[in-house]
Design a protein around this ligand. Structure first.
Ligand SMILES: [Fe+2]
Ligand SMILES: [Fe+2]
Length: 329
């Protein structure tokens, strides 16, 4: 059972999603829980795997799990080694599988994108894209997904969220071929790949952008397209998700200003999910919009910024399925 962990320095801890720990059969590291009153205790370790009742109490109390920063590689390795098994396990509910996948994907993309290893990034996107489609086409609804996503300011969470929304919107629009959905999810994961050329001081700037800074940001679709266009493992739709996701159906977008009918359908789909994700997430320069406000904005922009039919499909999917937050993250 949990022990007093008062000697642990909180600043040396990294938060980890409960779903990355809950289904492991053994542990190579210690896991701490930060309780509702700020008290830190040891929750599990090599010597103690929590019982289902302890997990249940943790979830009821919305406890947050942490590992020591120095154990991050051990956590990463152990979760990666168990990923395939857990993605196939009937005992792991789809939303927990999604949380697990989200954590691993976020962590992996962070490593490969920051090391500028494009080949590895594409390979990982394809590997995880397969799992994402497999989970998201089972019993995951838009509203439930919205409740467990990380809505913070972070390019890595952004692309995981956008690609997941892209799958759900594609399914709502009638796409059903798993291979095609996997291509769409990979396109979603790669849509902002050009941002790796944009300095963080501009991406994360809290105040208004200068015209020159805006030009730099607006170059990311073109830079991403240039990066990806010679990759034989990607198709036209995926390239267009990177190149055209900031175009608007009324021709007022960038980098080219094409009209909606000239936009690839996957780029129109990505545009809806991209903006929805951006406005419902935390940004340095503004607070997240509430769900109703975000849906209103999309609705107002149907036929102008966005494909009207896609907006309507997205709105009905969100409204039909939005429910209360799920689980411990
Ligand atoms: Fe973008
Ligand atoms: Fe984006």
């Amino acid at each position: 059972m949990a022990q007093n962990g008062a000697n642990v320095d909180v600043s040396n801890l990294v938060r980890v999603p409960a779903s990355t720990i809950e289904f492991l059969e053994a542990l190579n590291f210690d896991v701490y829980v930060l309780g509702p009153h700020g008290r830190l205790t040891l929750f599990c370790s090599q010597d103690h795997i929590p019982s289902p009742q302890e997990w249940s109490v943790l979830r009821q109390q919305a406890g947050r799990l942490y590992i020591k920063t120095g154990d991050r590689d051990r956590w990463r390795t152990q979760v990666a080694e168990n990923l395939e098994r857990l993605m196939e396990a009937d005992a792991v509910p789809p939303l927990r599988q999604f949380e697990l996948l989200q954590a691993v994907l976020d962590d992996s993309l962070r490593q490969t994108l920051t090391s500028a290893d494009l080949t590895r990034t594409i390979q990982q996107s394809q590997q995880f894209g397969h799992h994402l489609v497999s989970v998201l086409t089972r019993e995951v609804a838009v509203g439930d997904l919205f409740s467990i996503l990380r809505h913070d300011f972070d390019t890595f969470s952004h692309v995981v969220n956008v690609s997941s929304y892209c799958v759900l919107l594609a399914v709502e629009l009638g796409y059903s071929d798993a291979a095609e959905l996997e291509q769409i999810v990979v396109g979603g994961l790669l849509h902002d790949i050009g941002k790796r050329y944009i300095p963080n001081r501009i991406l994360a700037k809290a105040g208004p952008l200068t015209a020159a800074e805006r030009d730099v940001i607006c170059s990311h679709p073109r830079l991403g397209f240039v990066d990806l266009c010679n990759r034989k493992e990607l198709n036209e739709g995926q390239l267009m998700m990177a190149y055209q996701h900031h175009e608007r159906v009324d021709g007022g977008g960038y980098p080219v200003g094409v009209l909606g009918r000239e936009m690839h359908p996957w780029a129109r789909l990505c545009a809806v999910c991209d903006v929805f994700e951006a406005i419902t997430g935390e940004r340095p320069y503004r607070k997240p919009m509430t769900l109703p406000a975000a849906l209103n904005l999309l609705s107002e922009q149907g036929g102008k910024h966005f494909d009207r039919e896609m907006v309507q499909c997205w709105m009905s999917a969100v409204k039909r399925t939005h429910s209360t937050p799920v689980g411990v993250v």
